[in-house]
Design a protein around this ligand. Sequence first.
Ligand code: URA
Length: 218
Amino acid sequence: MDNSLSNYIKLLKELGFEYVVVDGETDPKTVEEKIKKLQQLNQQIQNCKKCDLYKERIQAVLGEGNINARLMFIGEAPGGDEDKQGRPFVGRAGKLLTKLIEEAGHKREEFYITNICKCRPPGNRTPTPWEMEACFPYLEEQIQIIDPKVLCLLGSTAARAFLGRNVSITKERGSVINWKGRLVYLTYHPAFVLRNPSHEKTLLEDIKRAIQLAYKED
Ligand code: URA
């Protein structure tokens, strides 16, 4: 194994990745740079005390997936399973998200998955506007590094963080909005669908549409 590849794998392990897909950009320099930036970002969030969520977290959860993803799924905040494992969307809601991505004919690893807030709110409550505002610059940096074409916002909390206003997700799901030159696609949070299973088909159709938008040639 050449040096840069083994360094790269070391960095990934330090970042806590169970797996990483580097699909798309294969220039080793670009890949290594992205990984380094994500590693620095991970260090920042692990030490972050900007809001009180650090007090009860086991660990901050950066996100995972293809660092060249064309589509990024963005949820609300880690729950208990994510806080324990250090990975996003690995609990019941995450399993549903993974299942629907597979039903759409893709793999979870093709995309990048993260949250608005990187730390678990106690009792899985909704993050406060201040907690979201404090954490948002980390997400913005992540978006800049990974550079996805489409951001698929899961649920009204993620939508509110981007749009700066209350969002009725049942009314606005399926909307495509331009956000700083990227497409933002609004849909349900999988946890909402677990509570309201009749919406599962709609979430699946939305995921398919977000994937289509991401892979559509301009
Ligand atoms: N819910 C979220 O919004 N994010 C996770 O990572 C898990 C559950």
